[in-house]
Write a protein that binds this ligand. Structure first.
Ligand SMILES: [Zn+2]
Length: 188
């Protein structure tokens, strides 16, 4: 799927890199309609020295880095990953993640991550820190990359992030995408 593209210069060019992990982040930007735009603008500034492949808010997705290139989002874990930034804060509680705005963010993010995993044949499962250095493939959070490699103290997307519900949602979206890709069944 093609998303609006706001290019970030903060990338390491790569060609044919393996992509094993999708890393979820929170932007630390408030729940506002233009959160993804604000985040993308920050990534577009050479001064920020950070980037991610995708920024997601309640309205949808903006892409900032081509998947083939390495974004600068999770120190130690950038080389083989895709970074996804969610509007909101790591300090959000379970309940905060259930409000209308976050529900919309998670819905867009689930569709995006489902599509990435399907295209890249990445298993839809949550990885913890110990899984990463041994090369397991799946979805994880910035906090697990920080724990695995000790190069950052970032703990997003936070303890309140609904890991299981999100992975379930990705799975459901992926099933729907697979059905759509197969097209309508022939009637006999
Ligand atoms: Zn992060």
């Amino acid at each position: 799927m093609a998303y609006p593209f706001v290019e970030s210069p903060n990338v390491t060019r790569a060609n044919g890199r393996p992509i094993d992990v999708v890393v979820m982040h929170t932007m630390e930007i408030a729940e506002r309609p233009d959160a993804a735009q604000i985040c993308a603008r920050w990534f577009a500034s050479p001064a920020s020295q950070v980037s991610a492949h995708y920024c997601v808010d309640a309205g949808g997705v903006i892409q900032c880095v081509r998947e083939k290139d390495i974004a600068w989002h999770a120190r130690g874990g950038n080389t083989a990953s895709i970074g996804v930034e969610l509007a909101g804060f790591a300090s959000q509680t379970r309940r905060d993640w259930r409000d209308d705005y976050s529900s919309a963010v998670l819905k867009h993010a689930a569709a995006l991550v489902a599509e990435i995993c399907r295209r890249r044949r990445i298993p839809v499962r949550w990885l913890v820190a110990d899984d990463l250095p041994v090369g397991r493939r799946g979805i994880t959070g910035h906090v697990e990359v920080s724990r695995a490699y000790g190069k950052s103290d970032h703990w997003d997307p936070g303890d309140g992030f609904p890991v299981e519900a999100f992975v379930d949602q990705v799975r459901v979206r992926q099933q729907a995408q697979r059905r759509a890709a197969r097209g309508p069944r022939a009637r006999v």
